[in-house]
Design a protein around this ligand. Structure first.
Ligand code: C2E
Ligand code: MG
Ligand code: MG
Ligand code: MG
Length: 292
């Protein structure tokens, strides 16, 4: 039994290792209650056009303040939910909240696109396009009010069903973005076959472009590839002016990161968006011409 003790004599508990551990099951139960009680909130992070500084959209990111454990990062519970029946409920909840916020913004003159993260497995769910169609109609929103972000894992797994859902989403007109690009399996050919309109370059490359020539080259070649396919490139994790400037030089379309704004509660995001759109209106009035 000594061998079971780790090198330090204390084994750190890692919930990921045991699917049915009591801690994981408790957290899943708490998550189910949190969804039912609407304890989960969406925060919104701006996406900004690098050539002009104009708002391109916002990404909705889940925030959960657990009554006992305090704030828990989505990276702690989204993967957990993904392996359970709860994912479907979680995604349905997030889409509903996002649609409600989109309606609030669009009907007050802030026509900003909200990107919602979904799990690759959500694309196996034929109820997803229907929920979007019904929801968009109920709030009187165009399909481009919402975008779905899905990671490269979309390319593995059950392609036939996934392609079916993607086709339905395309028919509906709801755009798709490929999240965390560069960390997984995507190849040029697979990317071409997917009906995506936006490719989000993973922060792990973006963050280092100002001081690593390798990462600079990787990001530059992704930006070129994405452009040659007629898609939009979005850089994640933009934290400094130097990085934003370099990305703009490369011809990257959109940036997202702390430099522009952190994920904010809806009220703060509304204020941020208003300020930005007023500033943009003033620029137009005074003849400001953004670089193309
Ligand atoms: P993601 O979709 O790639 O989201 C970007 C993550 O980068 C977010 O982390 C965001 O807060 C963080 N971020 C943004 N700008 C910066 C920056 O300049 N520097 C740094 N260091 N980080 C930055 P977050 O909110 O913790 O979310 C982590 C992941 O959890 C997301 O990655 C997404 O995969 C997942 N997630 C979040 N909300 C949802 C959701 O509603 N549904 C699903 N299925 N997954 C979600
Ligand atoms: Mg995302
Ligand atoms: Mg990402
Ligand atoms: Mg990520």
């Amino acid at each position: 039994y000594l061998a079971k003790e780790g090198r330090t004599g204390v084994e750190l508990y890692q919930p990921d290792k045991d699917r049915n551990s009591p801690e994981r099951l408790t957290l899943l139960g708490d998550l189910r209650r949190a969804i039912d009680n609407r304890e989960l909130r969406l925060h919104y992070q701006p996406k900004v056009r690098l050539s002009s500084g104009a708002v391109h959209g916002v990404e909705a990111l889940l925030r959960w303040r657990h009554p006992v454990h305090g704030p828990i990062a989505p990276s702690e519970y989204v993967p957990l939910a993904e392996q359970s029946y709860l994912m479907r409920q979680l995604t349905a909840y997030v889409i509903e909240e996002a649609l409600e916020q989109a309606a609030c913004w669009w009907h007050s003159g802030l026509s900003v696109q909200i990107s919602v993260n979904i799990s690759a497995r959500d694309l196996l769910d034929s109820a997803l396009p229907e929920q979007l169609e019904v929801g968009l109609a109920r709030y009187g929103l165009p399909p481009s009010a919402i975008q779905l972000e899905v990671t490269e894992r979309i390319l593995t797994g059950d392609q036939a069903y996934t392609q079916e859902t993607i086709k339905e989403l395309a028919t509906l007109g709801v755009p798709l973005a490929l999240d965390d690009f560069g960390t997984g399996y995507s190849s040029l050919i697979r990317l071409q076959r997917l009906a995506v309109s936006e490719v989000k370059i993973d922060a792990s490359f973006v963050r280092r472009i100002a001081d690593s020539e390798d990462d600079d080259r990787i990001v530059r070649s992704i930006v070129d590839l994405v452009r040659s396919l007629g898609l939009r490139s979005v850089a994640e994790g933009v934290e400094s002016d130097a990085v934003a400037l370099r990305l703009a030089e490369m011809g990257c379309d959109v940036g997202q990161g702390w430099l522009f704004g952190k994920p904010m509660p809806a009220a703060d995001a509304t204020a941020w968006l208003r300020e930005r759109s007023e500033a943009a209106a003033a620029q137009v009035e005074y003849g400001y011409q953004p670089e193309v």
